[in-house]
Design a protein around this ligand. Structure first.
Ligand code: FAD
Length: 164
């Protein structure tokens, strides 16, 4: 929502509002217990980290995310995308049984770079960039935005109150 929100601000020169590219990431879960006690990260793919394994607090295994470029904010997971997951997961879990994956959930990465382009960094704009006092724009805060959130928050606080 960051670009739409910034786009609605009358005092902001719209040249500072970038075009966002949506890269949906779908996850699939596996019925029963997976034979892993740790996360598994394969080599990253363009646009994302690759189909990795995470375990939730109940020990349920989830695989994902993939990269599905889209224009829509539609969070439904297409079951057909599971087919590609089998081959990816079997690279590190050859015994994964046919039919054991089910659609879990999805998220949508708000990317500043489109398909085939080099990954863009996060963009933080303060008054020094756009000239609007007390406005800090954050664009393209996709992965690893969660990992980075405390540092980003400190940075935003400094933008708003540099003397503190
Ligand atoms: C598939 C996927 C995998 C990811 N993997 C990782 C990972 O492994 N590690 C990592 O660190 N990060 C990861 N991320 C990135 C991480 O999820 C984001 O960087 C983080 O959630 C961004 O937080 P945020 O608060 O900026 O935005 P959001 O979490 O998107 O929160 C913004 C909120 O604002 C609300 N909103 C929007 N417009 C308005 C409006 N006009 N008025 C009021 N509210 C509004 C939205 O509803 C939303 O609740 C991943 C993201 C995706 C999609």
């Amino acid at each position: 929502g960051a670009a739409a929100l910034a786009g609605s601000l009358e005092g902001l020169n719209q040249q500072f509002v970038p075009k966002l590219h949506y890269a949906k990431g779908n996850y699939f879960s596996v019925a029963g217990r997976a034979p892993f006690s740790r996360l598994v990260y394969p080599v990253p793919e363009p646009g994302g980290l690759g189909v990795h394994l995470t375990l939730d607090l109940d020990g349920v295994a989830r695989f994902g995310p993939d990269v599905e470029w889209t224009d829509q904010l539609d969070y439904r997971v297409d079951p057909a995308r599971g087919e590609r997951f089998y081959s990816e997961i079997r690279k590190y879990w050859p015994d994964l049984a046919d039919g054991s994956l089910q659609p879990a959930y999805s998220g949508i990465r708000p990317k500043l770079s489109g398909p085939g382009e080099a990954n863009a960094d996060f963009v933080v704009q303060d008054v020094a960039v756009h000239g609007v006092d007390s406005l800090v724009n954050l664009f393209g805060i996709e992965s690893p935005g969660l990992t980075s959130c405390l540092t980003i928050a400190d940075h935003v606080a400094q933008c708003l109150a540099p003397k503190l």
